[in-house]
Design a protein around this ligand. Structure first.
Ligand code: PGA
Length: 240
């Protein structure tokens, strides 16, 4: 929950940065998931567009209905979103179940939207050695066999690393991400390897640690994306 109309400057600066660097632009995809109130405004103002716009959540119903205050995937699509973050731990904490997340993924796919599906264990679960059990359950209970893998990006976000400045050890990260990739292949009965991002306290300093782990396909950046400089520095330092 961050952002106002004036924060178009952040997105504009990041967009210009990618516009200037054809090489970076060609090899990367930048997706800015902004508050619903800003999607359409940013969509119209951003030209030429080097970054994609997305939302941070949606209601699970694909139809209009008696859900006052809610916004569904079709409304977000019409506003200009191409992506939706689903299953963020902050929403899971508010009671969002794997079953509801599954419905949200299905309704987003019905709208042909790409889903950034967040999974990750809490500190309690990690301490009890339940990380793989939790990841498996979250994937199994929210993905269906027919889920379109080309429209799903998984974000591994250990809950204890979000906004805390704590990051997993390199071997923990490699193990968790390999596990997710493998589980998704089994669940969807596919040979295709899913795209898996890491998210949680990524900044312009620790990004160089992550860039040494090729199994990570990208990053979900929270706090550091509130400043175009911090965000651009992450990209620059990744390629240093
Ligand atoms: P952070 O947030 O980068 O500030 O830890 C990540 C997130 O909100 O998913």
């Amino acid at each position: 929950m961050f952002g106002d109309f004036k924060d178009f400057k952040i997105i504009k600066d990041v967009n210009s940065f990618f516009q200037k660097s054809e090489k970076l632009y060609k090899n990367n995809k930048i997706i800015m998931c902004v508050p619903n109130t800003l999607i359409h405004y940013f969509y119209k103002k951003l030209y030429p567009k080097f970054i994609f716009l997305g939302a941070q959540n949606c209601h699970h119903s694909s139809q209009y209905g008696p859900f006052t205050g809610s916004i569904n995937s079709s409304m977000l699509k019409k506003a200009g979103a191409k992506y939706i973050i689903i299953g963020h731990s902050e929403n899971r904490k508010e009671g969002e179940s794997n079953e509801i997340i599954k419905k949200k993924i299905i309704s987003s796919h019905q709208q042909n939207l790409n889903v950034i599906f967040c999974v990750g264990e809490t500190i309690k679960e990690k301490k009890r050695n339940k990380t793989f059990f939790v990841l498996k359950k979250q994937l199994k209970e929210s993905l269906i066999k027919k889920s379109d893998l080309s429209k799903i990006i998984i974000a591994y976000e250990p809950v204890w690393s979000i906004g805390t400045n704590k990051i997993p050890k390199i071997n923990e990260l490699i193990n968790a991400i390999s596990f997710i990739k493998n589980e998704v292949k089994i669940l969807l009965k596919t040979q295709k390897t899913p795209i898996v991002l890491y998210g949680g306290s990524v900044n312009n300093k620790n990004i160089s640690l992550f860039s040494a782990i090729p199994i990570i396909d990208g990053f979900l950046i929270g706090g550091a994306s509130q400043s175009s400089k911090k965000f651009i520095d992450i990209v620059k330092n990744y390629y240093k």
